[in-house]
Design a protein around this ligand. Sequence first.
Ligand code: IMP
Ligand code: MG
Length: 178
Amino acid sequence: MYEDISEIVFSEIDLYDMVCRIAERINEDFANEEILLVGLLKGSVVFITDLMRKIDVPCKLDFMSVSSYGNSTKSSGVVNVKMELSEEIEGKNVLIVEDIIDSGNTLSAVLELLKSRNPKSLKLVSLLSKPSRREKDVTIDYLGSEIDDLFVVGYGLDYAEKYRNLPYIGVLKPEVYL
Ligand code: IMP
Ligand code: MG
């Protein structure tokens, strides 16, 4: 498995630092508030479990699984919910947690869907972002790091469901997927 990786982009220590920095800002912004972390399955699972352990405000956890139609002929608010949240979000401070924002299509649809349920606040947390690939404008309230247009795996991110278990984030060798 490790031989499929050409370069490590974020080491375990880099990721730990990124998680701590994001959590510090959330702790400041939501001091004396309760938050609900909503992880988008499956890519966010490693990140969200690390992140929640650095959060020191009252915190609940939920998950959602969606697939974006990702087709410009469909309206931006359309998203296929494969697994629903287990609780209502009305009146809650919701933080959507995502692994990486690429085109932004998935997240703009998810944001629109959750906004329609009247949360008290709705913020977006993403470990990574590829700004050069953006098709839909989404505001990332808490971001770990921007990256170039490279296909990366590990720390929850997959290629064909593999490599999520790598403890670091690395570039997949093109010969693996070409
Ligand atoms: P988008 O922003 O709607 O284009 O989709 C973002 C989703 O695409 C992420 O949640 C990932 O599942 C996937 N994705 C985008 N770039 C990468 C990558 O470099 N590695 C692994 N998954 C990626
Ligand atoms: Mg994902």
